[in-house]
Design a protein around this ligand. Structure first.
Ligand code: GLU
Length: 551
């Protein structure tokens, strides 16, 4: 029985050839040097920050060369929930502004190289596998999982190289007649690649990150098609897809590095040109004295959902990842403070090879800076978008009092050195809730030095009766508070107070703290003058009454 007959027996309905598919998916029209990249996650239901780093690298490579960035769903492990997972991936990409040029989701296919979902490409893979069987580079394997387990154990005991090769590869040398017989008897089988490699020979691989790496050749007859759902494995599927979709650069995790010799052999078996592989560094977390891999089980920040739930602006997430991606990014950023990150020329040789430290404090700093530079309307719009999804009751409140909220958000903003108190949009409510009567219910007053009820009341009442005038400018306001301090037996400034503390009940700062705590319950807030201006007399009186009842 010829290989061709065997191939026909296994795939009787596959009549398209590799050439047919190459005609359907011709070379892309692109300008010289344009890169075609893809983000190819397995739809697991969550998006790891390491995947985001990959997608960002892909996006950057494509966009700064005038190329194409596409999304491919590698769902050959069908046990997983695909549709909702794809939605999450698209949400993440859109949130970060890394929208793919070609993709498929919710029944919509955008791009000429689809389907972009592997489980829908089965026939294509089968045509390629059929070809490998015809040229004697693939064969059916009938070994059961028990047989393979037992083989693994024996290999372990003998300290032999694990895998399906040499004398261990029981089905490799069956005759086609034997194969056909067993197939006709309904025995389940997988398809294995027939490796011609020899681990005593070396294969050279040019990795743009690490330079040239030398590997022993692959000699493992890896499974390329599973039994049951007849879907290919990642190793095989990505070869076919990256060939037909004309991918020029593959950015993937370092865990794939050991599979490179197999991938080289697979590309060579077809005579296809391999894309460039860029293996991204692992993201590490400083945990006490050690640095360990950031883990989705232990570290909430390992998943992109964390950043979206907290409301980090996309620019902040991207900036922090860019600093990880290339060691010269920060220097470039300092020289080009206002440029888009897309103008940065990514250099694979400047990717860390030993793992990159992922630092949340750094993200917070970057983010605080970015948020502090937004004008009042921009931050308001961000807070509205965020709370609409994440905190509907606060959303109601801020949109009900739109101008008031914009005023609050503008305290110490739109100035040369703006305040940097929001690292993410979740921080906004934590910092401004007390401005809303609806939330200012039974507050915990954070009194400082002055705690006696009578003294607090004496100060507040004196202030409202004699020193508060709506519409005072800041200077007048402050000189009045000082004057009041003097009148009530407090030092009008720190210098006086320090020279002779015995002579005073305290100083002007103690007085303004009483006002601050009465009206906001907090002992630290942004500029009190601006806060009082926004609160206005009516609210202030109400809060005094509330305070008197509560303390
Ligand atoms: N589906 C593979 C993964 O999620 C993709 C690796 C690649 O990009 O080639 O790890």
């Amino acid at each position: 029985m010829t290989n061709k007959e065997l191939a026909n027996l296994i795939f009787p309905n596959i009549d398209k050839t590799i050439e047919d598919y190459e005609a359907i998916y011709p070379e892309r029209e692109k300008k010289e040097g344009a890169r075609i990249t893809r983000f190819a996650p397995s739809p697991t239901g969550f998006v790891h920050i390491g995947n985001v780093l990959q997608a960002l690298t892909d996006y950057l490579l494509a966009k700064n060369s005038g190329g194409v960035f596409y999304l491919r769903n590698e769902d050959t492990d069908t046990k997983r929930e695909v549709e909702s997972a794809v939605l999450k991936i698209m949400e993440v990409l859109e949130y970060l502004g890394l929208t793919p040029d070609e993709y498929q989701y919710q029944g919509k296919v955008v791009g000429n190289y689809g389907p972009y979902v592997q489980s829908e490409r089965k026939e294509i893979y089968h045509a390629f596998i059929k070809y490998l069987i015809e040229i004697d580079r693939a064969y059916p394997c009938f070994c059961s999982s028990e047989t393979l387990d037992e083989m693994r154990k024996r290999q372990e005991a003998k300290k032999s190289q694990p895998g399906y090769y040499g004398a261990w590869a029981k089905c490799r040398d069956l005759t086609n007649e034997e194969r056909a017989e067993r197939i006709k008897n309904g025995e389940p089988f997988v398809i294995r690649f027939k490796s011609m490699g020899n681990p005593n020979r070396k294969v050279l691989f040019h990795d743009p990150v690490t330079g040239v790496i030398e590997f022993p050749e692959n000699n493992n007859d890896m499974v390329i098609m599973k039994s049951g759902d007849l879907l290919p494995t990642y190793h095989f599927a990505h070869v076919v897809d990256d060939h037909l979709m004309h991918t020029t650069h593959v950015v993937r995790g370092q865990e794939w590095l050991p599979s490179v010799p197999l991938h080289i052999e697979l590309f060579n078996a077809f005579g296809f040109k391999q894309p460039e592989y860029i293996h991204n560094s692992l993201l590490l977390k400083q945990d006490g004295d050690i640095r360990r891999k950031i883990s989705k089980r232990k570290d909430p920040e390992a998943l992109m959902a964390y950043y979206m739930e907290k409301g980090y602006p996309k620019k902040a997430v991207i900036e922090s990842l860019m600093t990880i991606l290339n060691s010269n990014y920060e220097e470039w950023r300092n020289e080009h403070p206002d440029a888009s990150y897309l103008e940065f020329e990514f250099d694979p040789s400047k990717v860390g090879t030993t793992g990159a430290l992922y630092d949340l404090d750094k993200l917070d700093n970057i983010s605080k800076n970015i948020i502090s530079k937004m004008d009042k309307n921009t931050i308001y719009d961000h807070v509205v978008d965020y709370t609409k999804k994440m905190d509907p009751s606060f959303y109601e409140l801020i949109t009900k009092y739109e101008d008031y909220t914009i005023g609050i958000l503008n305290i110490e903003r739109e100035q040369e050195k703006p305040r940097k108190d929001f690292a993410c949009l979740e921080d906004v409510k934590k910092n401004i809730w007390y401005m809303y009567d609806e939330l200012f219910i039974e507050p915990t007053y954070e009194w400082m030095k002055i705690t006696e009820k009578e003294e607090i009341i004496r100060i507040v009442d004196t202030y409202m009766e004699k020193y508060f005038t709506e519409g005072d400018d800041k200077e007048t306001w402050f000189s009045k508070v000082k004057e009041m301090a003097g009148q009530l037996g407090y030092a009008m400034n720190m210098k006086e107070y320090k020279q002779n503390p015995e002579a005073y009940l305290g100083n002007v700062a103690d007085i303004s703290t009483v006002l601050r705590v009465t009206f906001t319950s907090k002992n630290q807030t942004p500029d009190l003058y601006e806060i009082l201006n926004l609160l206005g007399k009516e609210r202030m009186l109400k809060r005094i009454k509330q305070m008197k009842e509560m303390i």
